[in-house]
Design a protein around this ligand. Structure first.
Ligand SMILES: *Cc1c(COP(=O)(O)O)cnc(C)c1O
Length: 393
């Protein structure tokens, strides 16, 4: 069958290019240490920043909600799928993040897919950072606004695109950026983006998936850290806030009201299970009050960065718990990741096309569930793997 033959050829191409991705099933809860293929390993690649994925308080809250509200809603929100706890969670998210209201989605991928199309028409423009997440790129593709892209965090380029959009008579302009760029762990320059947006009368949309819960004084994310107000924020329940599933958009009341009327992933997709909403409410309480968890995460990040630097590894600079170890060449990153796996440290290598050619790396991520002993064991493994693969002299 030619159709399947074509697909087989594509699969072979992916393998030949060394880009094949394998799943590695866990047989334990997500945590600082996990069971993979019958073996306990230290996990340095989860988005479990606050270590809440297996937290007893979240498990208890979701179990209680299962008992009270059952398993599933079996409906989209506007037919008969809205439970009281959905509205409770939306209002809680909005209050925490400093917005009028919020709207839940099955995932942040859906939130970003939902956002642009109802809000921006052909007379409008959207200006997007070139390193934005795939879901923002797809969401923008679905809307009819004029599209502009600026080089990653290049504020001169952003200004040039704002000028161009204004000169071409755009009605409304929205700047879209990740709050944190996940390959590098770099923060978006929100103060300057806000300043330019105000100068050119544009809106700012931030996707804060790699920040909400652990960045900023109360975990409210990159706008809180930068001390700026953004117009619309999107985020996930699937990373720091317990790691299950779900996404949201928070923003001004009219924006959220229109999304509730028009956003297709909201109108045509099932409501989140109440058990996830219940655990998310607990996760938000813990994140908002969670100075201890954030302090542990910050301490782990500082210790990890210092340890790798002392060993002689090249890191990308920064303070985010994403700590990329630069190996530059893809085979070196692959060899390092494989050797670390043998030594009981679970990491993920990234190379072209996920990052530019010559910028291959191992992206490590810290979380609050990792102990000092875990980090010392992992540092010893990095040293051994570094010497074995020639990454360290
Ligand atoms: C993880 C992530 C998403 C997707 O979130 P899900 O809730 O898993 O769909 C979107 N944007 C960014 C920047 C992310 O890191």
């Amino acid at each position: 069958m030619p159709f399947l033959d074509d697909i087989q050829a594509q699969l072979q191409e992916i393998r030949d290019e060394g880009l094949w991705k394998e799943e590695r099933p866990l047989s334990s809860p997500q945590g600082g240490r996990v069971q993979v293929a019958g073996r306990e390993v230290i996990n340095l690649c989860a988005n479990n920043y606050l270590g809440l994925a297996d937290h007893p308080d979240l498990i208890r809250a979701s179990q209680e909600a299962l008992g009270e509200m059952g398993y599933g809603m079996a409906s989209v929100r506007f037919i008969c799928g809205t439970a009281e706890i959905h509205r409770q969670l939306e209002q809680r998210l909005a209050r925490w993040l400093g917005h009028d209201d919020a709207i839940l989605f099955a995932a942040c991928f859906d939130a970003n897919g939902a956002l642009f199309e109802p809000l921006l028409g052909p007379q409008d423009a959207v200006i997007s950072d070139s390193l934005n997440h795939a879901s923002i790129i797809d969401g923008i593709r679905l809307c009819k606004a004029q599209r502009y892209r600026f080089a990653n965090s290049d504020m001169a380029d952003l200004e040039a695109k704002l000028k161009e959009a204004r000169e071409k008579g755009a009605r409304n302009i929205m700047i879209a950026t990740d709050g944190v760029f996940s390959m590098d762990g770099y923060f978006a320059n929100l103060p300057e983006i806000r300043r330019l947006a105000d100068e050119y009368d544009a809106l700012v949309m931030v996707d804060d998936c790699h920040a909400t819960g652990f960045v900023g004084a109360t975990g409210a994310g990159t706008p809180e850290r930068a001390g700026v107000k953004v117009d619309v924020i999107t985020g996930t329940l699937g990373k720091a806030l317990g790691g299950a599933i779900g996404g949201y958009i928070a923003g001004p009341q009219p924006v959220i009201d229109l999304l509730r009327q028009r956003a297709r992933p909201y109108l045509f997709s099932n409501a989140l299970p109440p058990a996830i909403c219940a655990a998310s409410l607990v996760a938000i309480d813990m994140a908002e009050k969670g100075d201890d968890l954030r302090a542990q995460l910050t301490e782990n990040t500082a210790y990890w960065r210092a340890g790798l630097t002392d060993l002689g590894f090249e890191l990308l600079p920064g303070e985010h718990p994403i700590v990329p170890v630069m190996l530059h060449e893809a085979p070196k990153a692959q060899a390092m990741a494989a050797k670390l796996g043998e030594l009981g440290v679970y990491v993920s290598g990234f190379f072209y096309p996920v990052v530019p050619k010559g910028r291959a790396r191992i992206r490590t991520q810290m979380n609050a569930a990792l102990t000092r002993a875990d980090l010392d064991t992992a540092l010893a493994a990095f040293e051994e793997a570094g010497r074995a693969t020639g990454a360290l002299q």
